[in-house]
Design a protein around this ligand. Structure first.
Ligand code: FAD
Length: 519
């Protein structure tokens, strides 16, 4: 084990060995929090994807940024140890794991920060990087009547985890992703420095960390923009048989001014049959409603499209809601008779996927592998993508939602580390596979690879969201002309490549020079 730990290199270049047992490591780290031995069965070796499992050396439950800084500094004095922040482990491909390294359970810091900040007429909340978005929602709304503006569909994700990717949902067309809705961060860099950063203070670190896949620092606090929370939401689904009409209406809605459109716009593809997961029953919002397929024309194909929208209102606005919503719906070309709607409270709406998850868990095998695939596809290529991927490769569905909806590039900040397709409008595509029965997980992973390879082969303008690549060449292609900036940021903020090794972008090199990974 001592050999496994490698050497600690001291400033005077003398070598000493690190003891391998928890108590002596704990003593040398002098943590306020706690430390446990790594174990393949512990949470540090697992994630939502269920495709990878590697054993860390230690699982750290830090009390805050100071503890994280100590761990990173200790790792930097060895020749090989790495450090992975683990949010809520909702990655698919082991991105929050550290083989033989330290995994930091960020959830142990979730209560450290929660401060409501009115600043110059705007409102913000300071929250911990390890806080779950569902807690941010419920605490913000119940205490202050305010809420963040941009969300993910599912809220049992941590603030630091989604900010390290982007954080996208049906509000992003208006406010941008979550990375566009944060004004200040506290970060522990790969050098172990605790640094405050913003657009004007240490801005390269600030923008680097946003969408930075955990490569440049561990987010310990984030300042999030808020808006007044509405009381209620009218949540509506309408159905299309033609992709061109679906995209025309979705693009129309996301390009209207605030106040002249819905407050949330998403969409999904489903099968034109009665399959309970992939077909008609996946559309109605109210369990009392039934999808009536007689409204669908005989000429419709095997795949249909559902536009999902929501309209926010306050209880006092109730009398005017019908007029506003019907005015908007009147401009859309969905299949007449195929509309489903419910009115729910704002928090119930935002917690809709958490509720669905609880139902799935209660009704059957919840914890199987999830070989999910997420992409951003340029508007210029989305018709081709629909024809080849949805209508051909995935015509029988994926055993779960197949999301597709448009986003606007101008709402994203180019200075962050996120990379996007060209052009103002692009679509997020999410293949959310649940596989209790059906094809083997290997087949589904192979199908994901086939889709990505096809996108590359035909030169589609696309990027993976929540990317997962195995080779340096793939990462270079993914980042394109942003690759050199990404490497420079790594050299500045984590020059020994200590952080987030599970992303497989850089590897620690004993000579302390970062090199991108070759497999
Ligand atoms: P983890 O999986 O624990 O970590 C992800 C990466 O971020 C790792 O590399 C980790 O080292 C790093 N990291 C974690 N915390 C920090 C931190 N504090 N500082 C720096 N780096 C950190 N995404 C969307 O955009 N929209 C959605 O609607 C959406 N829905 C989802 C629903 C489900 C059921 C699942 C499983 C995922 C969904 N995602 C969605 C994807 C999700 O945003 C990412 O998987 C995200 O990384 C998960 O957050 P986490 O807290 O579990 O992070």
């Amino acid at each position: 084990m001592i050999a496994y730990l490698g050497r600690i290199v001291h400033d005077n270049d003398a070598e000493s060995k690190l003891d391998d047992d928890v108590s002596s490591i704990s003593k040398s780290l002098d943590l306020q929090g706690s430390i446990e031995n790594g174990d393949v069965s512990s949470l540090a070796s697992k994630d939502f994807g269920g495709l990878y499992s590697v054993k860390p050396l230690f699982l750290i439950k830090p009390s805050g940024a100071e503890d994280i800084s100590r761990v990173v500094k200790l790792a930097s004095r060895t020749s090989n140890l790495t450090v992975a922040a683990r949010g809520n482990g909702h990655s698919i491909n082991g991105q929050a794991m550290a083989e033989g390294g330290f995994v930091i359970d960020m959830r142990s810091t979730e209560k450290n920060h929660f401060e409501f900040l009115p600043i110059n007429g705007s409102h913000y909340i300071d929250v911990s990087g390890g806080a779950l978005w569902e807690d941010v929602l419920t605490r913000c709304v119940s205490r202050y009547g305010y809420a963040p503006r941009s969300w993910t569909d599912y809220l049992s994700l941590t603030v630091g985890g989604t900010l390290s990717n982007a954080g996208v949902s049906g509000q992003a067309f208006r406010y941008g992703p979550q990375t566009s809705n944060v004004t200040e961060l506290e970060v522990v860099t790969g050098k172990g420095e605790i640094t405050i950063c913003s657009e004007t203070l240490n801005s390269e670190l600030f923008f680097g960390v946003l969408g930075g896949l955990g490569q440049f620092g561990v987010i310990t606090r984030a300042r999030i923009k808020l808006q007044q929370a509405p009381d209620m939401v009218r949540w509506i689904r309408v159905v299309y048989s033609e992709f061109e009409e679906f995209t025309r209406d979705a693009e129309f809605l996301v390009t209207q001014k605030e106040g002249e459109s819905f407050d949330y716009v998403e969409g999904f593809v489903f099968c034109n049959n009665d399959d309970p997961f992939n077909g008609w029953p996946s559309v109605p919002l109210d369990p009392g409603h039934e999808f009536n397929p007689t409204h669908i024309s005989q000429t419709a194909g095997s795949i249909l499209y559902c536009l999902e929208v929501a309209f926010h209102y306050r209880n006092s606005d109730h009398p005017t809601v019908d007029t506003a919503v019907n005015g908007l719906l009147g401009r859309l070309r969905f299949v007449e008779g195929l509309k489903s709607q419910v009115d729910v409270s704002y928090t119930k709406f935002l917690l809709r996927v958490n509720r669905a998850e609880e139902q799935v868990k209660a009704n059957g095998p919840g914890d199987g592998p999830h070989p999910w695939l997420n992409l951003f596809v340029s508007k210029s290529d989305v018709v081709n993508f629909n024809r080849t991927v949805f209508k051909t490769m995935l015509k029988d569905g994926v055993g779960g939602p197949m999301l597709i909806y448009p986003l606007l590039r101008s709402k994203w900040d180019d200075r962050t580390s996120v990379v996007l397709p060209e052009g103002e409008i692009f679509y997020i595509v999410a293949l959310l596979r649940f596989v209790p029965n059906g094809p083997s997980v290997e087949k589904l992973v192979a199908q994901n690879r086939e889709i990505v390879n096809w996108c590359i082969k035909v030169g589609l303008d696309f990027k993976l969201y929540l990317p997962h690549y195995q080779s340096k060449g793939d990462w270079e292609r993914h980042f394109g002309n942003r690759w050199s900036r990404f490497v420079e940021r790594k050299a500045s903020f984590d020059p020994m490549a200590i952080l987030a090794p599970g992303q497989n972008i850089f590897r620690r090199d004993p000579s302390n020079i970062i090199i991108s990974r070759e497999f």
